[in-house]
Ligand binder design. Sequence first.
Ligand code: SAH
Length: 241
Amino acid sequence: MVVSKPVAPVAYQKGADRSRVSDRSANGAEWQAARFAMVRKLEAHGIRHAAVLSAMRLVERHRFVDSALANQAYEDTSLPIGLGQTISKPSVVARMIELLCHDRPAKLGRVLEIGTGCGYQAAVLSAVATEVYSMERLRGLHERARENLRAFRLSNLHLLMGDGMLGFAKGAPYAAIIAAAGGDDIPQAWTDQLAVGGRLVAPTVTATGRQNLVMVDKTARGLVRTELEAVHFVPLKSGIG
Ligand code: SAH
């Protein structure tokens, strides 16, 4: 009698690109294998902070994108989420959150996110911070994020509908502020609402005329601005839509 060996699902096959799940009916273990492979790539690209890596391992990115795109959820790519907006690349999410966590071994305090989008980054933030306020100006996305996040039951995450350029004064001061949309400069409301000792990271147009990640540290002696690598984010817009 010949007993044929079970064929390993594609995500486990040796040499397969484990960050891509080819079958839309993939099970939880396959999604997890793809997600862990994504996190190994993040580590290979220099992400070191343990809390950031474990948050990226925890949050199921495939649940935040359209089911037709879910098989690409663990590739390092941005994907459309409707209304002309995109979910950021995992490497950019991890990089920005690592900048916020920098030399803090423990949890971040209160965080403000501008641009909830599909809610993915907000979920990652909720794993590294004590409290997260996430603002979205488009009602359609605000509601989609609420829907996407319902099953996760993240009691420290607060979704707010409003113009994030004004910040959210009621939650201030923030240990960290992160923007997922890029403006021509950093709104003063954000630096006003940042705690002394806090850090802000936002894509911003710089003197080069291009968008770069800009980091602002609020110190007892004032604001310290650092320009980092070039990025491509959707535009920061005022008002609500
Ligand atoms: N972090 C998101 C990325 C969403 S893309 C995710 O994980 O999916 C950026 C989002 O910023 C878009 O949804 C856009 O509508 C929103 N946005 C742009 N300007 C804004 C503003 N002034 N206030 C709040 N949200 C804004």
